[in-house]
Structure formats: C-alpha cells, structure tokens
Design a protein around this ligand. Structure first.
Ligand code: FAD
Ligand code: NAP
Ligand code: SF4
Length: 675
C-alpha cells in the first residue's frame, strides 16, 4: 500500500527509544484522573487510542504537590501510594504497543484552591483565589517535588513526562514580569525569571535518568500584554535543551489571553509559524500544535519543516483511530474534531467528565458499547440530522437493517445551516464523515422523501426512530408578518436579501451565528490565517511582547442590533470556553447588544421595543431576523403510536429546549444501542 502521509508516519528516533510516528496525542484532562476508582476507565480510554496507532500520548495534568493542584483533591503524583493505580494505564498502553508520558502540571495561580502559590501574590482573572508568594525555600522544595513526581512516574511505567511550562501555569508565571515581581534570585532579570523552569528540567533529568522522555511544553507565544519577547523565548528554549529535555512542545497563549487559540473559528494550523521560528535555534525535536485536526494538514506542516512532530489532542477524542485510518488511506472515515469544545473543555470547566460532541463514546469506552444485535430488525429512521445520522449508523454497525429518510435533498439537518456560518466551516466534516459511514455500513438512504406515518406503517418496519428535528419559533409580535421580517432559514439557507441595518430578535446560539454571518464579508477569517491574525492582533513578526499586536478587524458588512428579553448577559448560555470568543468577535464588529427588550410592534419604520419595562424605543432597520428559539417537530408520533408501532423520539423532535448537537448525537447512539 502506498504511504499517503510519509512525513507524519515516519518514525522519530530519540536515541534511547523510537516513536513509531510523528503524532502526539496532547494532554487533555478528562476528569477520570482524579479518582482511583476511575482508573480502569482511564486505562481503556488510553488503550483504545494506543490501538489506533498514535505515536505517543500525554496524560492529563498531575500536580507535583498539593500547592500545585488544579482544584482541591485533584490529580496529583507525589506519594508512593499514588503510583499503583497508574500501572493499569501504562500496562494497557504498552500492551497495545503504545507510549505514554505523564504530564506534570503545577497550576500556580490558576489553581482553583486556597492553597495555590505563585511567583508573587497576584490573582489571576480566572481563579477566585489569590496565590501565596512562594518563598525561596518553597521554590527549592517545589523543584524537588517535580523530580520526585518524575521518579514516581517512571516507577509507574510511564515512558516519560511532559513538564507543563506554558498556557500561563506556574512555570510560565515565573517568566513574565506582571506575575513575577520578585527581587531575589528567581525574579528581576530574565536569567533569574527562567531559573525555575530550567532547574526543574535539570532536576527531573537527574532523578529520572537518561532513558526517560522529557517533553517541555514551552510557551512560544504568550498572547498577553507583558508576555515574553521572542529573544526570551529563544533563550529559554536553548536553556531547556541544555538542561536535558528530550523534546520541546509548543504552547500557545495563556488561559487569560484574549486571542482565541483552539476554538473552531481559529484557522487550522494557525500557530505553526512560531514553532517554525524556533527550529533554527534548537536541535531538539519540536512539536507544533493547535487546531490540527486532519492528516493532510499534519502532513503539510511536517513536509514544510515547521516542526518534527504534530500534537493533536481533541482529534483523538473525536476519533481514537485517527492514525490507523490515515495509515490505511481511509482518511475520509476519520470522525473529525470540529473544535466546538462543547463536550470536552466545556465539561471540564464545570467539573463534568469530558467526552466529545461527535463521539459520545469518548471517555465512556467501557460504558457505551455498541454490541452486535441479537435479533436483526428492520428500522426506519426519519430525519438525517445529527440525531438520525448517529442512530442509523450505529444501528447498522450493530447489524440491523436501516432505512434513513429525509425530506431534504441532502443529509445533515441543521448542520447544513451551521456549516455556512463564518467560523463554523468544520461542521462540513461531520457531514462528510457520516456520509462515508452511511455507505460503509449499508444504510439505505432515501432523500427528497418526506414521509408520512402511513408510509412507515405500510412498509412494515419493526421499529421507527423519529429524528425529525425542529421548526423555528415565530414569536407573537404585532407585525411579525411584515415583509422586512425573515427567519434565520430565509437568511442562511434561502439567501434572501438582507438590508444594511438589521435587528436580530433572539440572542441564543443561532442569533449569535446569524450576527456573525451578517457582519462578515469575503473569506472567513477562520479560513485565512493572515486575516485571522489581523483581526485578533497576532504579531507574527514578533516585534511585541507576547506576539501581541493591536487587533485590526475589518469594518462590519452591516449595522447589526441583537436583542433578547432577558436582562442577563448576552450569550450567557453559550459555551464556557467559546462564548467569550463570540462576544468579542461581535463587539469588534460593533454589534449592539440590547437586553431586557420587549417587542411591541414591527412596521415600515422598524422594530418598536420597550426597554427594561419603561423606555420606548424605535430600532430603525431594513430587515428583522427571527432567531427566537425552536419547537419540536413530532407530527408523526401520535399516528405511529396509535397503530402500535414501537416509536422512539430523539434530538430536537424529543425536546427542542436546550437542544444541541451533542445531545442529538448522544441520543441517537443511546437509542441505537438499546434496540
Ligand atoms: P435536525 O438537525 O433539525 O434534523 C431534522 C431532520 O429531519 C431534517 O433534515 C429534516 O429535513 C428531517 N425531517 C423532518 N421531518 C421529516 C419527515 N416527515 N420526513 C423526512 N424528513 C423529515 N448545535 C451545536 O451543538 N453546536 C453548534 O455550534 C450549533 N450551531 C448551530 C448553528 C446554526 C445556524 C443552527 C441552525 C443550528 C446549530 N446547532 C448547533 C444546533 C444543531 O444543529 C441541532 O441541535 C441539531 O442539528 C439537532 O439535530 P436533530 O437531528 O435533532 O435535528
Ligand atoms: P436558544 O439558544 O434557546 O435561543 C433562543 C433565543 O430566542 C433566546 O435569546 C431567547 O431569549 C429568544 N426567545 C425565546 N422565546 C422567544 C419568544 N417567544 N419571543 C422572542 N424571543 C424569544 O435557541 P437557538 O438560538 O434557536 O439555538 C437552538 C439550539 O442550537 C440551542 O439550544 C443551541 O444550544 C444550539 N446552538 C448552539 C450553538 C453554539 O455555538 N454552541 C450555536 C447555535 C445553536 P429571550 O427569551 O431572552 O428573549
Ligand atoms: Fe472536538 Fe468538539 Fe469533540 Fe471537543 S467536543 S473533541 S472540540 S468535536
């Protein structure tokens, strides 16, 4: 078989050991690390990914001591009795021919714990706890703690450790002057500020010996105002190399940075330029990262010589077999990570186990299992949106005979609308994946077929799954049938003309997306790295600290006002890790956001509203777009049930409120494994 990705699949010789390819599964906290009882699940999670062929993996972060906790009683590796459970993970991975490193992560002032410490007592914007300033003795002890953790990791069977030195965590905090105000040997000059990370690497190498991988995750672009200069980044890189690291991994942006670095609207491979800049300064293998989710993108990055390895993290939640499928020239079968963060990072931030919107089995490998069906059934699935696609492909994988109907001329349901929003182009990939899978699993797909209950009854199916989705809500506002009123479907799908001045009624996920669409013109910044860097102020010439420049957004294509009735913050219901990006993006485009509105009338002049129950106002506009939520479409249910047909509702047709694709896909899977 020809090798479609020669650079990505090339082994990497590290001297004392060899990685089978150039792909690292980057560190992700899954929520399974924190408790001993979850380790069998964690072991299977990693084993599945090792079986899928990835070159090496890094665990979620384990702190070297209690002060370094991400949260109280979180994952830690500092005591001999914490070692035993890890053998389940390392044995499982090694049995599958994989390699795995433990990440050593000291949270510093990002710790959500009253015990947190940092270089200086300066609170971070993302934790309510003010850190204690670590004393000189405390710093020496912490260095020993890192060395101790590395020793324990080796004992636990890990192939190495990754020392987390980026993303604004503890080691990174010592490097920059806005957190490090010390005047002792650990502060002041850059030589002093970088002393801690360098000593940590040296101590870890000494403790763990030569035959142990040490990855150092180095912040190559802090993307904060007082971040490191390029000269400082290079100086640190050289010192880390001299201190005994094996590989340097790229870190991009502090968690408090106001430049998006991993969400779906960030262009693929947007930050490899900075790893490439580092190449001439160090001899160690360099890993590049961020928004690499496709083997072709990875191959191009490596072929260009931007880096020696690529790190992908979330893509392995979406598809554990990513590398295997690429190796076997089946890349079109990869379930692509769409960068939504909805089921991975957004879960972790609210203390829930991580999983994946497009792959509900992620982190549930031992619990969600699609076993072969004991009795083959003929099942009709009505609706080829995310819910119906997930249900029909899982049913077929289990051996059922499945017919999937959709009234539309293509599969995808509302994802066909979502994929047209600037910054949501990745949603195309989910449809490509399901399209390939439907064919592979032999699902009979009947498009342009709006089915009635009677059609299904006559066809003699054993069971019916209704995944018929939603209908948009039309709010009862006087004048809502005025010609200047359009639904979001009119705007996005039917491309009806929209005027210069627009009012959007409803500021949920769809309201925000429609606003994005209406203010953008030309190529989406998510498809154009240069445009993205201009819009968000990323300084690829590195003339400024932190690689940060002044954002230069293009002028908005229209004047947009968004309204909601609630008085709460706009976009409160959006994802924890992506909502701020949507809000910031629309702010740059001067979108006006009005809360506490009640809608009085729509007429030739525009939208008449009362604000906060007292102030009457006219919002002059040419077009009003309704994004006022959705209602379930269940027109077939009653007749089917009355006729005694076993009928299941999933996705939007089950419940339109708080619907998202994560729930739709998971419900599709769940119903399919239960039939
Ligand atoms: P749908 O996707 O609505 O699919 C229902 C299907 O049923 C349709 O294809 C329809 O043609 C078909 N159908 C209905 N009746 C019949 C019939 N009688 N016969 C045959 N076919 C029939 N969700 C997220 O999680 N994250 C996002 O970022 C996100 N962004 C979005 C952006 C936009 C602009 C929009 C519109 C939606 C977005 N969503 C997002 C929502 C997400 O797309 C929906 O939650 C999801 O599509 C619901 O899936 P579903 O399968 O239940 O229904
Ligand atoms: P939504 O998030 O529930 O928002 C509906 C909006 O309509 C709200 O702003 C609501 O605000 C308003 N509204 C509700 N009833 C109204 C009425 N009778 N009159 C006027 N306004 C009314 O729903 P959506 O935007 O339609 O999105 C549908 C689903 O897709 C959501 O559940 C969402 O999770 C998902 N989605 C997600 C994303 C994402 O980025 N994660 C993006 C798009 C869609 P008030 O009640 O305050 O007026
Ligand atoms: Fe990727 Fe979204 Fe899955 Fe997270 S939830 S791994 S971002 S597709």
């Amino acid at each position: 078989m020809s090798n479609p990705y020669p650079h990505m699949l090339e082994p990497l010789d590290l001297g004392f050991t060899t990685l089978k390819n150039r792909v690292l599964m980057g560190s992700m906290h899954t929520g399974l690390e924190d408790r001993r009882k979850d380790f069998p699940k964690l072991a299977e999670y990693f084993a599945e990914r090792a079986r899928g062929g990835v070159g090496m993996m890094v665990t979620g972060g384990f702190s070297p001591n209690i002060e370094g906790w991400l949260a109280p009683f979180g994952s830690k590796m500092s005591m001999p009795w914490e070692v035993g459970r890890h053998h389940q993970v390392t044995d499982a991975v090694h049995n599958e021919g994989g390699k795995i490193c433990l990440q050593l992560l000291h949270a510093g002032r990002y710790g959500y714990s009253p015990l947190c410490v940092s270089a200086s007592p300066i609170k971070s914007p993302i934790s309510m706890f003010k850190p204690r300033e670590l004393s000189g003795r405390g710093i020496r002890r912490t260095i020993r703690d890192y060395a101790n953790s590395a020793k324990l990791a080796k004992k636990a069977g890990y192939d190495g450790v990754e020392i987390m030195g980026s993303e604004g965590y503890f080691l990174n905090q010592f490097l920059v002057t806005h957190v490090n105000k010390r005047t002792d040997e650990w502060g002041g000059s850059f030589e002093n500020r970088m002393r801690l990370p360098v000593e940590v690497v040296r101590a870890v190498r000494e403790a763990a010996g030569d035959d142990f991988i040490i990855i150092y995750r180095l912040s190559m672009a802090d993307l904060i105002k007082d971040g490191s200069t390029w000269e400082e980044v290079v100086t640190l890189g050289k010192a880390i190399e001299a201190a005994g690291a094996t590989i340097i991994n790229t870190g991009i942006g502090w968690h408090e940075a106001r430049v998006p670095t991993i969400v779906t609207s960030v262009p693929r491979g947007a930050f490899t330029w900075v790893t490439q800049r580092m190449k001439e300064h160090v001899d160690l293998p360099l890993i590049t990262t961020n928004r690499i989710n496709d083997p072709k993108v990875a191959e191009d990055i490596l072929a260009r010589g931007d880096a020696d390895m690529v790190s992908m993290a979330r893509p392995f939640l979406a598809d554990p077999d990513f590398v295997k499928k690429a190796e076997e020239d089946r890349a079109e079968e990869i379930n692509t990570c769409i960068g939504c963060n909805q089921a991975c990072l957004d879960h972790i931030f609210v203390g829930k186990r991580s999983t994946c919107l497009v792959n509900p089995r992620a982190c549930y490998e031992t619990e969600l299992v699609a076993k072969p069906a004991t009795h083959k059934k003929r099942v009709a699935v009505v609706g080829a949106g995310p819910a119906g696609l997930s249900a029909s492909t899982t049913l077929a994988q289990r051996g059922h005979e499945v017919t999937l109907f959709d009234a539309d001329d293509k599969i995808g349901g509302q994802f066909n609308i979502a994929k047209q929003i600037p910054g949501k182009e990745e949603f195309y990939e989910t449809l490509r994946y399901f399209d390939v899978l439907l064919k592979k699993e032999g699902v009979e797909v009947k498009l342009n077929t709006k089915v009635a209950a009677n059609d299904l009854l006559k066809a003699g199916f054993d069971e019916v799954i209704l995944a018929t989705g939603i209908v948009p809500r039309v709010p009862k506002i006087p004048g809502v049938d005025h010609k200047k009123v359009l639904s979001y479907i009119d705007v996005v799908v039917h491309k009806k003309p929209v005027g210069e001045k627009v009012a959007i009624i409803g500021a949920g996920g769809i309201g925000f997306d429609v606003a994005e669409l209406l203010v953008h013109e030309g190529t989406s910044p998510s498809l154009d790295i240069e445009k993205f860097n201009e819009e968000w102020g990323v300084d690829t010439d590195y003339e400024n600290r932190g690689a940060l420049d002044k954002p230069k957004p293009e002028a908005p294509a229209r004047q947009v006002v968004m309204l909601q009735r609630k008085e709460s913050k706009m976009g409160k219901g959006l994802g924890k890790t992506s909502g701020w990006v949507h809000r910031a993006s629309l702010k740059m485009k001067q979108v006006q956001m009005i809360t506490g509105a009640s809608y009085d009338l729509i007429d030739d002049k525009g939208l008449h509203v009362t604000l906060n129950e007292e102030k009457k106002e006219l919002i002059e506009c040419d077009t009003i777009v309704l994004c006022a939520g959705q209602l379930s479409r269940r027109d077939l249910q009653e007749e089917l049930e009355q006729a005694g047909m076993p009928t299941h509702l999933i996705g939007g047709s089950k419940l339109a409120g708080e619907l998202d694709a994560k729930r739709a896909i998971r419900e599709g899977f769940e119903v399919a494994v239960a039939i």
